[in-house]
Design a protein around this ligand. Structure first.
Ligand code: ADP
Length: 539
């Protein structure tokens, strides 16, 4: 299935936009609101609190959304609630079919350093060391203190006079707070829950500076599991030269920008790195290509790592509908080009500290919104009990808002049922008067406008190396021979429509072939998925 195309085609039909093969000039102009039948389109509404990043608000306003006003609007009168803190159980339970929440319950299993370590250790013992060797050896303190001491002295003996290096990090803090790096166990101090991890002492250096990658990952649903990885991202640099003889210099060993932007060398033009402490991911990969590094292979390794990490906790995630989660995976590349997972961030920073942030994060937020409305929440289809081949237009309230109500008010369906060919179902059309869809159409129009603007500007794909053709391809399945899977019209039952392969710069990384698609439909068959991943990795 080609979601972008099918959505585009249906929207095009509705609004007289160009279809594939038509040029922009040939197309009919967009109809104005006055020309459409029914009442004028109402904008979608976003809800925020004091923790919501300013960038999110500004992008949504830019896209024509309205900000929720508690005084003037009904308490349920919003479509997206984006905030930094997690939602309460009641908020998950009471979410309405027309609403989306930017957090999924149970995510600390991935984002708390001790929980992540536990889950990955369990997977390592079940599926083998070699598959899960992408995290540095980790001990959870105080529980594993004795084990750590034994390992420390064993290693000391093996290394003789050579030092071994460790890093100690608070389980729950972020931004480099409370971290110590040590080679002498007498320097280890902790109070509360910490992780002690093998310090990667051979990082890939750019100039002579350490760096790590911030990879954005969006999970649009856990049931079934659907993972997208962002093609663009950030590379974060330390601002002092890497120096193992001075473990106390955080500007040399930590790559957090919250630390390095305060460093004395932040503004200096540094060897190869230049000014500041950030590059875009595409700049980094093009730098590597100049050194004959196979950046595509590196990207594939990273995507496998992301899938394996999510698989470690996905089966234990509580069922919740209408949620999505944007994560920041921190990945360090060593001088053998092996990627290491350092941690997974909840609420990856969306502050704009420099022009690199501006170019990456603004598009990121736009693409998250595109992803939401393009991909829909497939798990909902199941909940609303749609039958194969039927598209349900059962979304929401018929009063103030524009979405349709069905007799069964507990029904859920994708916000973008148009992508699944619902227009061909007359029963569905009859149950949904035209004017009730306008809010959805508003978002589609806004996207179509953006697509048209881009097309008109004849801009090149932003990241050519990752640009995908408009057909259903599992981009990370294999470098040489991408697996192709037929969409609803092909060899899969119609109800089992595949997720869109990309939205903006987000690329689908899971499911990545027909087998993993099948193994994630009715519950998650982790063993089967891992077999498929192993096949891929052994190629
Ligand atoms: P925080 O949540 O505080 O940012 P991280 O685990 O991301 O904690 O660590 C902060 C920084 O410390 C990383 O960005 C990286 O530069 C460095 N770091 C963390 N763990 C390791 C490690 N095992 N080896 C080398 N460097 C590390």
């Amino acid at each position: 299935m080609d979601g972008l195309h099918s959505l585009g085609a249906v929207t095009a039909e509705i609004f007289g936009l160009p279809l594939e093969g038509q040029t922009v000039q040939e197309s009919k102009p967009l109809r104005t609101e006055d020309e459409t039948q029914g009442p004028p389109l109402k904008p979608l509404v976003f809800r925020v609190d004091e923790s919501t990043p300013g960038l999110v608000q500004s992008v949504l306003l830019e896209r024509g959304w309205d900000k929720f006003d508690e005084q003037r609007q009904d308490v349920e009168d919003w479509n997206l609630y984006w905030r930094s803190s997690s939602f309460r159980r009641a908020e998950y339970v009471n979410v309405k079919p027309w609403q989306r929440l930017n957090h999924h319950p149970g995510m600390t299993n991935l984002t708390r350093k001790d929980c992540l370590a536990k889950h990955l250790a369990r997977m390592r013992s079940r599926y083998g060391e070699s598959l899960y060797e992408f995290t540095p050896l980790t001990f959870i303190m105080p529980t594993d203190y004795t084990k750590f001491v034994a390992k420390y002295f064993k290693e000391k003996q093996d290394l003789g006079t050579k030092p071994s290096y460790w890093i100690c990090k608070p389980a729950e803090l972020s931004r480099g707070r409370g971290i110590i790096i040590f080679s002498d166990i007498r320097d280890l101090m902790f109070k509360g829950t910490y992780v002690v991890q093998k310090y990667i002492c051979n990082p890939l250096l750019v100039g002579r500076y350490k760096c790590d990658l911030r990879i954005y990952v969006c999970i649009t649903g856990f049931k079934p599991l659907t993972i997208y990885m962002y093609q663009e991202g950030l590379v974060r640099f330390a601002t002092e030269k890497f120096d193992l003889s001075n473990l106390e210099d955080y500007y040399s060993h930590l790559t957090n920008s919250s630390i390095n932007k305060l460093g004395a060398s932040y503004q200096k033009i540094k060897e190869v790195v230049g000014q500041g402490c950030k590059w875009t991911l595409s700049r980094f990969f093009s730098y590597l290509r100049n050194w004959d590094v196979d950046d595509l292979l590196l990207r594939q390794k990273i995507s496998h790592m992301v899938i394996l990490t999510v698989l470690a906790m996905a089966p234990s995630v509580p069922v919740a509908y209408n949620c999505f989660e944007l994560f920041g995976f921190d990945i360090l590349i060593d001088d053998n080009l092996k990627p290491w997972l350092l941690e997974v961030n909840y609420n990856p920073a969306l502050t704009l500290d420099c022009s690199t942030d501006e170019s990456v994060k603004r598009s990121l937020v736009h693409d998250v919104i595109e992803l939401l409305y393009l991909n829909g929440l497939r798990s909902e289809e199941k909940k609303c009990g749609r039958t194969p081949g039927n598209s349900v237009v059962s979304l929401a309230r018929s009063d103030q808002h524009e979405f349709c109500a069905t007799p069964n008010s507990s029904s859920y369906a994708s916000l973008i049922q148009f992508t699944t060919g619902s227009k061909s179902d007359p029963a569905v059309q009859n149950s949904c008067p035209k004017h009730t869809r306008t809010s959805q159409l508003r978002e589609m129009m806004s996207r179509q406008d953006r697509l048209l603007t881009k097309e008109a500007a004849k801009s090149k794909p932003r990241h050519k190396a990752w640009h995908l053709p408009r057909k259903t391809v599992f981009p990370y399945a294999s470098q040489s021979q991408p697996h192709k899977m037929k969409g609803p019209a092909g060899d899969l039952p119609e109800a089992e429509s595949t997720p869109n392969d990309h939205a903006g710069n987000f690329v689908l990384i899971f499911p990545f072939n027909k087998a993993t698609f099948g193994a994630s439909r009715n519950g998650l068959n982790v063993k089967r998925i891992i077999q498929e991943l192993q096949k891929l990795m052994n190629k």
